[in-house]
Design a protein around this ligand. Sequence first.
Ligand code: HEM
Length: 387
Amino acid sequence: MHAVLGDTPDPESKKHTAQKMWIENSSNILSELISKPTKRALIIERLAEALLPKTLLRIMLHLPEERLKRLHRFSKLNADFVNEILANHESNQLGCSGSGADDDSDTTTGQRSNDSSTSIFSAMVRINEGLSKSQNKLTLRQIASQIPSMLIAGQDTVGNSLSWALYELASHPDWQERVREEIISHARVSRDSECPEAFFRNEGLDGLPCLNAHIKETLRFYPGVPMVNRITLEDVVFPLAEPISSADGKSKVTQILVQKGTRVHFNLAAYNKTRSIWGEDAGSFNPWRWLPTQGLSESEQGSVRVSTGLGPYANLSTFIGGARVCVGWRLSILLMQTFLTRCLAKFRFTLVDNVGIRPIVTFTIFPALDNDKDSLSPSLPLGIEML
Ligand code: HEM
């Protein structure tokens, strides 16, 4: 079996010790480090940021504050993980892989003893080898250092998006049946075809309208990264899509001047629920909006969508866009399609009686128990019935 992003490696394998430690300590790390700092933490961090020159900011990791201690511990785990990737790569290159052809290993990091050619790390190394120095060729260490970043960027975002996808399926049982029927009937047709494995490739998974409508609506309603920010490198004028009134109400403002060096926050979640783009029901979860309206009752139909051409996927701001677009957007869709296809074919998901769920917005949006207002712990109890 090949592992995917975030999978737990074989605990017996000594080759994966640092990776295993990293995975055990990385769940929801960004939310924990970024969300709800105590006042004391904020004061210490802001003072250190203001007083210390940038080159000495690493000293902050040694300050007596719980969040910073966690960050310090995690950056050490990161370094160990990167060293392990490099050591395994070197031993694979030398052909002394150790644990034999049955080693069950990881396609993310290249820690496969018998065939490292399919891992993300190996793919990056191969592409890098073909570059010239002037094309920003990276060192092996620089490439290995991207792996923890990709795992961090990908695991809680995809994980929480999948949690919400399951929650909404459980909340809408009729819709869940419809998505399941679509998957099962496509799988049946595919099984009888000349190329059954094509079903689990992009072209097969993209050909499931209800499943993809559910994924799009989940990513619209619960964007994995609800806010991002940027600092302007020069003075810029932002044109406004809709004019707003000036403070004295005397004039309409159609653009805003933002001075160089200003931190600008973008509320991706708000864009995804803008009525002028998504229609009057923008605030409701309605996967029907992604399907052709023909044959649907009025209550099933979503509002008309206005295309703004934003982002790489479905007019959503979820993966942002432009030069710093999420590099994992296509992988995210594939992971969600694969996971949901496999799960829905085998299991039925139901809500648990008297358990309310609420979204908590931090670095990401995760589900938590409604009756536990003080907790920032992710939690989503669901009933699971085997089919
Ligand atoms: C549903 C899942 C995901 C969502 C909603 C999401 C969203 C985003 C957003 C909004 C950004 C821009 C952040 C910023 O600039 O401040 C971003 C950047 C990034 N994402 Fe994702 N992401 C997802 C999954 C993934 C996956 C699976 C990977 C791993 C391959 C990944 C890797 C990255 C990386 C490396 C960046 C930084 C890109 C750069 O700054 O040039 N993401 N993502």
